[in-house]
Structure formats: structure tokens, C-alpha cells
Design a protein around this ligand. Structure first.
Ligand code: NAD
Length: 296
């Protein structure tokens, strides 16, 4: 079944996601604050809307792909009065769990339905329609959104009620951030003990140290030729995005009174590292900071 979809936020992720909805036969009305972003999306078949409110009027589904929670909440406040009652709001941005729940409550209070559905897979996944969606909200809303999510990705998991998609995203990325630091520290320790990268990789990747950070995204060049380390740490998954996601995890850790020392420390280390590496370096490049600081 084809839908009329409003797509708000046509940046690095949103533009290719909206283009994949058009390819799948949906009518997509797009809006972004940046005119160049709208022009780019128009070239892929998205119909430009003069404002966010114009984009959502008379649509079945509104998809948002915005930077932070405050953008999503402000946008919801401005467009909810313009939407038809019962419209399904699907927020794919990565935001605080608390903001996701607030967005859901505001949508429902305005007579709409809502789902949080953040993604993993990055710009490459958005372009190739191979994203993984993690959704939070009702069963019926997930079932209705599913064909749209599957037009933009290869997998959609219903994780529970409002905010559960964001919760799954930040818990997964907290594992990833901590494990990348653990793997990086082990390689630098191995260097100081005279152990070659290949020898440590050959042992740990087939022993109990095995994890994605080691065997797919190996932070030292050589053992995994396809890892960002083997192409001078070009992303991949940018350091700035890992710092953002760990910051969201740290907010949830503090709000919940959870004793997650490593999660909080990983957020601190990535915040410092991302200030220098920003969006241009893969998050596995943190191994170089650990090496630089060693033996000081
Ligand atoms: P981006 O900055 O490229 O795009 C965001 C877009 O939103 C921009 O074009 C901006 O102009 C627009 N925007 C902001 N406020 C708006 C408003 N009120 N109305 C209309 N448009 C507005 O960011 P991105 O890389 O596309 O990421 C979007 C979200 O996806 C973020 O939450 C990010 O954390 C998450 N994410 C990104 C990646 C990635 O690899 N880039 C991967 C997974 C998740």
C-alpha cells in the first residue's frame, strides 16, 4: 500500500531515506530548514513543501530525522496542530530516551499516534536501504510503519513501548563504545609488551576477547583490511556520533541511578577525543589517543 509521507530533516541520513521511500512508490513531501538540502531531495523525487506545517497537512505518516531531542520537540510543537488526527509520527532521530517519551506523549495528547524508530547503519546504510530500525511504541503503530521502515532498511525490531527504540540504540552503542576502548587499550598494552598486532588479533578474535570492535572494526591497521584503521581511520562511524550517543547513554545512566562506571567513563573519553577528531575520523581512532597518552 502506498502512503503519503511527510519527511522532515533531509540531511545526510534523511535525504537518502526519503529517496528510498520514493523508489518504493510512496508520495513524499519533504522539508528542511536548509534550502540546499530540499533541492537535493527534490532531485530524487521528493516534493518540496513550503513549511513543515504544509508538509504534514493531509499526510498519513510524518517521519522526522533531526539532530537532537530539542529539534524534535520544537518541530512536534509546531506541526501537531496542522496534522490530521490519527496521523502516525515516526521519529528516526537519535535522541534522549526522556525526550522520545515526551515527544510520544505530546503527539498522543494532540490526537496523533507515535513511534520512536532510531537507526543503525550510517549514511552507507541509508543510501543502500540496509538500515536497522529499533522501534518503540504500540504493536499496531509498528505494524503500520513496518513497510515504510523496510523500504528504508533491511531489519526493523519492535523493542517495546514509547522510548524503547532509543533505549535499545543507546544500550547497544554503550557496549560498542566501551568495547572499542577495551580493545584499543589491549592493543596498546600488547605493543608495550612486544606483542604484534597480528598475534593478538589471531588469539583474541578466536578466543574470549572476540567482539565486533575487534573482529570487524579492528582499531589497528592490518589484521582486518576492511576496518577504518586500514584506511587512515576514515569513517565508518564518526567519533562525534559515538560521543553523542554515549552522552545520551550517560544522561539515561544518571537519570536512572544506574551504577555504570565504564559507560560514564567511555562518554568522557569520547567527548574529549571527538573534540579533536570530530566527524572526520572513525571512532576506532581513539586507539591513537590511548597510545599518545601512554608512557607519559
Ligand atoms: P544532519 O545534520 O546531516 O541532518 C539533520 C537535518 O535536519 C539538517 O539538514 C537540518 O537542516 C535539519 N533540521 C534541523 N532542524 C530542523 C527543523 N526544525 N525543520 C526542518 N529541518 C531541520 O544529521 P544526520 O547525520 O542526517 O543525522 C540525523 C539523525 O540521525 C541524528 O539524530 C543522528 O544522531 C542520527 N544518526 C546519524 C547517523 C549518521 O551516520 N549520520 C547514523 C545513525 C543515526
Amino acid at each position: 500500500m502506498s502512503h503519503t509521507v511527510a519527511f522532515i530533516g533531509l540531511g545526510h541520513m534523511g535525504a537518502p531515506m526519503a529517496a528510498n521511500l520514493v523508489k518504493a512508490g510512496h508520495r513524499v513531501r519533504g522539508h528542511d530548514l536548509v534550502p540546499d538540502a530540499v533541492d537535493g531531495a527534490t532531485r530524487t523525487g521528493v516534493k518540496p513543501a513550503a513549511s513543515a506545517a504544509d508538509a504534514v497537512a493531509d499526510t498519513d505518516v510524518v517521519i522526522t530525522m533531526l539532530p537532537m531531542g530539542r529539534h524534535v520537540l520544537d518541530l512536534y510543537d509546531s506541526v501537531l496542530p496542522a496534522a490530521r488526527p490519527g496521523t502516525l509520527f515516526v521519529d528516526c532521530s537519535t535522541i534522549d530516551v526522556a525526550d522520545a517519551r515526551t515527544a510520544h506523549e505530546r503527539a498522543v495528547a494532540a490526537g496523533m499516534r507515535a513511534l520512536d524508530a532510531p537507526v543503525s547503519g550510517g549514511v552507507v546504510g541509508a543510501e543502500a536501504a540496509t538500515l536497522t530500525f529499533m522501534a518503540g511504541g504500540g504493536e499496531a503503530e509498528f505494524a503500520e510503519a513496518r513497510p515504510l521502515l523496510e523500504a528504508m532498511g533491511k531489519k526493523a525490531v519492535h523493542c517495546g513501548g514509547a522510548g524503547a527504540g532509543q533505549a535499545a540504540k543507546i544500550c547497544n552503542n554503550m557496549i560498542l563504545g566501551i568495547s572499542m576502548i577495551a580493545v584499543s587499550e589491549a592493543f596498546v598494552l600488547g605493543e608495550s609488551l612486544g606483542l604484534s598486532h597480528q598475534a593478538l588479533y589471531d588469539v583474541a578474535s578466536t578466543a574470549s576477547g572476540q567482539c565486533w570492535a575487534l573482529s570487524v572494526n579492528c582499531p589497528v591497521p592490518g589484521p582486518v583490511p576492511t576496518s577504518p584503521a586500514s584506511r587512515d581511520y576514515r569513517p565508518g562511524f564518526a567519533a562525534s556520533l559515538m560521543a553523542k550517543d554515549l552522552g545520551l547513554a550517560a544522561n539515561a545512566v544518571r537519570a536512572g541511578g544506574v551504577h555504570a562506571e565504564l559507560g560514564l567513563r567511555a562518554a568522557e573519553l569520547y567527548a574529549v577525543y571527538a573534540e579533536r577528531a570530530g566527524a572526520t575520523e572513525d571512532f576506532s581512532g581513539i586507539v591513537r589517543t590511548i597510545r599518545d597518552q601512554s608512557g607519559e
